[in-house]
Design a protein around this ligand. Structure first.
Ligand code: AMP
Length: 218
């Protein structure tokens, strides 16, 4: 199953990707997580990406293409993948199509997780992540059961991302509107866009996604 997840920052697409990963047993490929790992490791790509990330801008298409090409060559993607955060603009969507055409395995569905602007702001401003296992929490809606301790792996390294402050969030939402939202039309024209209401119970949203993913064309 080869899926692209679309949704603004805070739409819950990362959380849904994690849930789908365990259900379908295919990897979640989060370009944000890959980039943060490069930044922590201090690699050349990480150093180049950091400034754009901290400002809420997109990292260059060239860096992203190298990263995604390498990741899609890894063995665990043979039965499919859930792309979370790539493509982020029309040029990346064309690059992805070209990459997947080489192996004759096109994107089968693009899922848009739809959430209105005001809710997005509050969701992102309260977002917390676990540094060890990437579990995601929200200090307003879904905090860890014990403050500062990850429910999933027990780590006390729960942190707020550097780019999750209000000014940067507003900017990231603008970047989403300008660069990423046009992908909705791109995938609609291909006939593979599935729109999911991203407000409500997490489990219900996962079930709505699973229903959309039944009977995908090969
Ligand atoms: P995310 O965790 O998906 O919100 O991504 C965090 C940041 O990483 C974004 O604000 C961008 O700066 C960068 N990023 C992630 N994916 C991409 C991409 N496909 N293209 C360009 N920049 C990206």
């Amino acid at each position: 199953m080869r899926i692209v997840l679309l949704g603004a920052p805070g739409s819950g697409k990362g959380t849904q990707a994690q849930r789908l990963t365990s259900f379908y047993n295919i990897p979640q490929i989060s370009t944000g997580d890959l980039l943060r790992a490069e930044v922590s490791a201090g690699t050349v790509a990480g150093l180049q990406a950091k400034q754009a990330m901290d400002a809420g801008n997109l990292v260059s298409n060239a860096i992203m293409l190298d990263m995604i090409r390498g990741r899609l060559q890894e063995k665990d993607t043979q039965n499919g993948f859930i792309l979370d955060g790539y493509p982020r603009n029309i040029s990346q969507a064309h690059s992805l199509d070209d990459l997947l055409a080489e192996i004759d395995k096109p994107v089968q569905a693009s899922l848009l997780i739809d959430v209105e602007f005001d809710i997005l702001l509050k969701r992102i401003a309260g977002r917390l992540s676990c540094k060890s296992c990437n579990a995601v929490y929200n200090q307003y809606y879904s905090p860890p059961q014990t403050a500062d301790t990850c429910d999933n792996c027990g780590s006390s390294d729960i942190f707020q991302r550097a780019d999750d402050n209000e000014e940067t969030i507003r900017h990231r939402l603008t970047v989403y509107q300008q660069s990423t939202a046009p992908l909705v039309e791109f995938y609609t024209e291909k006939g593979i866009l599935k729109r999911i209401n991203g407000i409500g119970d997490m489990e219900d949203i996962t079930n709505a996604i699973k229903a959309e993913l039944e009977n995908l064309p090969a």
